[in-house]
Write a protein that binds this ligand. Sequence first.
Ligand code: TMP
Length: 217
Amino acid sequence: MAKELTRGIFITFEGPEGCGKSTHSRRLFQELVSDGYEAVLTAEPGGTALGQRIREILLEKGDVHFTGRAELFLFEADRAQHVAEVIVPSLEERRLVICDRFNTATFAYQGYGLGMDIGQVEAVDAVATEGISPDLTILLDVDVGTGLQRAGLERPLDRMELRSREFHEKVRRGYIALAKNAPGKIHVLASSGDMDTVYGLVKEKVYGFIERYTGAG
Ligand code: TMP
């Protein structure tokens, strides 16, 4: 039976490298669609045609040097296009938007990881997001060693993954700090256990949240 939402809902997945967010967000999306929800699955960087080009620049290994600010603006350029082209129109149509990474990643990676001023990062981000922020964020936490090992089993590591262990530790701690500052908005789930168990927790959290905005269509 089709399920109608009383408003658009924006849910994001976040976490350090190899945390399993792409797998869990895809599975959740498939389940939501088969349950009758009008859902959209998207990702950053790379949720638009322009974003795909930006993603290649950002993640390709090579000798191109990026300053932190240049890197920040590339992620935010990807986001500006994505918000305007995909996220806002989908929310306006009262869809459920599931996004694999959004601005919490920028605060964790460019803010905490690279050590950029959080106030400045937030200011640039506000330009890109047009004030849109997730209704709910699922933060899948995994220790850095396990996560990078998992990522490396899937494919060769990219430019971001190849950064130092110390960088990735800062990102992980940053995510946890961000979650502490946003209780009720960012939910931390330990992602080191069995995949089905973790997925069960993800599903419980998300379905619990969207039920209050669901009516029978
Ligand atoms: P992915 O591996 O989840 O597709 O994400 C690509 C990489 O980009 C990952 O290493 C996290 C990083 N990233 C940032 O550093 N800042 C951001 O704002 C976003 C969206 C991703």
